[in-house]
Structures are given as structure tokens and as C-alpha cells.
Design a protein around this ligand. Structure first.
Ligand code: NAD
Ligand code: UDP
Ligand code: UDP
Length: 338
């Protein structure tokens, strides 16, 4: 489209011999679950310098401890609802609580993070000419009336519900991304992430996989299947997710592109049975009440990711759960039975 204005060129200093790296990358929310795995992958490339900006609401320095003090790494305590001045080439914008109990805890703060936080990161991208990737969510499809969900589907979202700070917040964040792209020529990438799991998830963040694994490992707890138990999610292992995010950033497509694992669609009852079988055959399963606006089914159509990014997930739930179990055992101090 010829009408899209050119973004500003990066500072000439970026090419100077005083810069040791070829690429300086900002990761907002980099102390969180997905963010810290992304940082590990980016740091593995010696040409990258990584700056993390995080307010530690749901993330922790512990997730990044192996990088603290590394010459190519910098960690800033920063809230993205405030302006940020740094010089970078790429921005992975992840900052936002992802688990319902955390994003509902301070709903106003969640929507500020999504709207003002994304606006600030776009202002930053505009000033320095950086490419910016937003981690949006399958929640933009709401309680979907189309299954599986393609990127063309506009969604079925309640604008005034208890989840709206998150799903409507992400929808506005996507709108802002496209408006900055059309109006200012910013290079944008939008990933719509479907349920992701793996090591370093918060143990008590209330998400289903972390809940079930912690419940299976602690004594005297039952797996809490929320009613009706027939609702589905498709679970993507975190290494596959990070791979998809990097391919999206490096590729030529703005998105939005679904990233998730359609091969791992499970009902919550099936997930409970699988966790029971793999982790603790003695654990009980109990039915509990659900929360409002819970989507009944969710599964990505990943045709676009396959065609445009050459990406597809590799890790099945049966392979991924034991990797997460090991991490949870260590953090909960529960030794493996022989
Ligand atoms: P997480 O809660 O582990 O990580 C989010 C990080 O952002 C944390 O480190 C937190 O401290 C930080 N943060 C929150 N508000 C901030 C603020 N105002 N300023 C600075 N930092 C702030 O969650 P995650 O699972 O790693 O999710 C990362 C991103 O992926 C989020 O944008 C989330 O919406 C998106 N996403 C995740 C999933 C999933 O299944 N995990 C699904 C869809 C979308
Ligand atoms: N911004 C930022 N870092 C920058 C440049 C801008 O955080 O390096 C913020 C800025 O404070 C503003 C937002 O990004 O609130 C949007 O910036 P833009 O330049 O698009 O809008 P304006 O400042 O003109 O309102
Ligand atoms: N869920 C459950 N037991 C739990 C936590 C969640 O059955 O202990 C269900 C919840 O009702 C929802 C699904 O698991 O249908 C996924 O919930 P989660 O909070 O992990 O993610 P999201 O709703 O954002 O997809």
C-alpha cells in the first residue's frame, strides 16, 4: 500500500563499531512465563542484546537469574503504563497479566496496561523506528461461535464482563497496532496466542494446567474440574510458542496470526484424566463451580502460521506435561517416586 508512510530510519550509531550486537531487543513482560523463555532463546544468539522491562506484578527476577549480570542483558523495573525511553531495533510487547485471577484482581490496571502500555510501546517504536510484536490472545474471539477459530473471525466478546479488561483490552491493543501501522508506517506483528503451558508458570496462578499439576503433586488435594468439564482448550508447549513468536517477528507478515496447538484440544475432564494418569494415579477429581463468561471451546486454525511462517507445534501434551511436572516438583519440593 503506497499510502503507508515510511517509518523513521534508525540512528546511524546503530551501525557503529561501538555497538557490539547487531540487534537490540526490548522484551516487555520478560520476567514472566513466556517472556523469560523468549529471553532465553534470544540470548542464545550472540548477536542479540536484550533489555527486559517488567514491573514484576506476575513475573519474577528468578525467571531471569541466569542472565542477570550478563554483558548483553539488562533488566529494568518499569511499568509500561509509564513512558519508556530506550533505543532498540525490535520490541516484543508481552507485558500484561495473563491468568484470569491476576488480570481480574485489578481490572482497571489490566486495561491501562493493555491500552496505555501498548500506546507507549507504539510511541517508542515510532520514535526509534523499531519493529513491534504484540502478544494478543485467543480471548479476542471471546466465546467463539466459529470452531476452530480462524484469524478472519471477529469474535463474540462481552464488552462489560469481568474478563473484558483483558479481552477487550487486547482488542484495543490490536486496533492501536494497526492504526500506528497505517498512520505512521510502524512495522507491526500480532500473534494471537492460544493456551500455553510449561515450566516457570506461576504455581498458584489459577490456570488449569498449573492448577492440575500442583494439585496432583501436593498431598490431600483433588483436581478441580470447573463445570461443566466438557469445555475445551488447545494446549501449546512454551518452546513451540517461543519458536512461533520469533518466526513471526522475523517474517514479513503483520498478522494477526494464531499460534497454538490444534492437535492438543482437550476437554477439562480429559485433561484431568491425563494429569492423573501421568503424574499421580491416586489423585481424586472433583467438580467445582465455574466463573462467568468461560469460553466453551477453543482451538486454533493454524493454516496461516503453517503457510506464512513455516511453523507448526512439535510437542504433544503427553510430552510437555512431564517437563512441567519436573519443574513443579523442584519448586514445590516434592521428590519423584521411584
Ligand atoms: P505472565 O503473567 O507470566 O507474564 C506477564 C509479565 O508481564 C509478567 O512478568 C508481569 O510482571 C509483567 N507485567 C504485567 N503488567 C505489567 C506492566 N504494567 N508493566 C510492566 N510489566 C508488566 O504471563 P504469560 O503467560 O507469560 O503471558 C505473556 C503474554 O502472552 C501476555 O501478554 C499474555 O496476554 C499473552 N498470552 C498468554 C497466554 C498463555 O496461555 N500464557 C495466552 C494468550 C496470550
Ligand atoms: N512514548 C514512549 N517512549 C518513546 C516515545 C513515546 O513511551 O520513546 C510514549 C509517549 O509518552 C506517548 C506514547 O508513547 O504517551 C505515544 O507516543 P506518540 O508519539 O505516538 O504520541 P504523542 O506523544 O504525540 O501523544
Ligand atoms: N479450569 C478448571 N479447573 C481449574 C482452573 C481452570 O477446570 O482449576 C478450566 C476453566 O473453567 C476453563 C479452562 O480450565 O474452562 C481454562 O482456564 P484457564 O484459566 O487456564 O485459561 P483461559 O480460561 O484463559 O483459557
Amino acid at each position: 500500500d503506497n499510502s503507508v508512510p515510511k517509518p523513521p530510519t534508525p540512528s546511524p550509531l546503530r551501525n557503529s563499531k561501538f555497538f557490539q550486537s547487531n540487534m537490540r531487543i526490548l522484551v516487555t513482560g520478560g520476567a514472566g512465563f513466556i517472556g523469560s523463555h523468549l529471553v532465553d532463546r534470544l540470548m542464545a544468539n550472540e548477536k542479540n542484546e536484550v533489555i527486559v522491562a517488567d514491573n514484576y506484578f506476575t513475573g519474577s527476577k528468578d525467571n531471569l537469574k541466569k542472565w542477570i549480570g550478563h554483558p548483553r542483558f539488562e533488566l529494568i523495573r518499569h511499568d509500561v503504563t509509564e513512558p519508556l525511553l530506550v533505543e532498540v531495533d525490535q520490541i516484543y510487547h508481552l507485558a500484561c497479566p495473563a491468568s484470569p485471577i491476576f488480570y481480574k484482581y485489578n481490572a482497571v490496571k489490566t486495561i491501562k496496561t493493555n491500552v496505555i502500555g501498548t500506546l507507549n510501546m507504539l510511541g517508542l517504536a515510532k520514535r526509534v523506528g523499531a519493529r513491534i510484536l504484540l502478544t494478543s490472545t485467543s480471548e479476542v474471539y471471546g466465546d467463539p461461535l466459529v470452531h476452530p477459530q480462524t484469524e478472519e473471525y471477529w469474535g463474540n466478546v462481552n464488552p462489560i464482563g469481568v474478563r473484558s479488561c483483558y479481552d477487550e483490552g487486547k482488542r484495543v491493543a490490536e486496533t492501536l497496532m494497526f492504526d500506528y501501522h497505517r498512520q505512521h508506517g510502524i512495522e507491526i506483528r500480532i500473534a494471537r496466542i492460544f493456551n500455553t503451558y510449561g515450566p516457570r508458570m506461576n504455581i498458584d496462578d489459577g490456570r488449569v494446567v498449573s492448577n492440575f499439576i500442583a494439585q496432583a503433586l501436593r498431598r490431600d488435594e483433588a483436581l478441580t474440574v470447573q463445570a461443566p468439564g466438557t469445555q475445551t482448550r488447545s494446549f501449546c508447549y512454551v518452546s513451540d510458542m517461543v519458536d512461533g513468536l520469533i518466526r513471526l517477528m522475523e517474517g514479513d507478515n503483520t498478522g494477526p496470526i494464531n499460534i497454538g496447538n490444534p492437535g492438543c484440544e482437550f476437554t477439562m475432564m480429559e485433561l484431568a484424566e491425563t494429569v492423573k494418569e501421568l503424574i499421580n494415579p491416586d489423585v481424586k477429581i472433583k467438580n467445582v463451580e465455574n466463573t462467568p463468561d468461560d469460553p466453551r471451546q477453543r482451538k486454533p486454525d493454524i493454516t496461516k502460521a503453517k503457510e506464512l511462517l513455516g511453523w507448526e507445534p512439535k510437542v504433544s501434551l503427553r510430552e510437555g506435561l512431564p517437563l512441567m511436572e519436573e519443574d513443579f516438583r523442584q519448586r514445590l519440593g516434592v521428590p519423584k517416586k521411584n
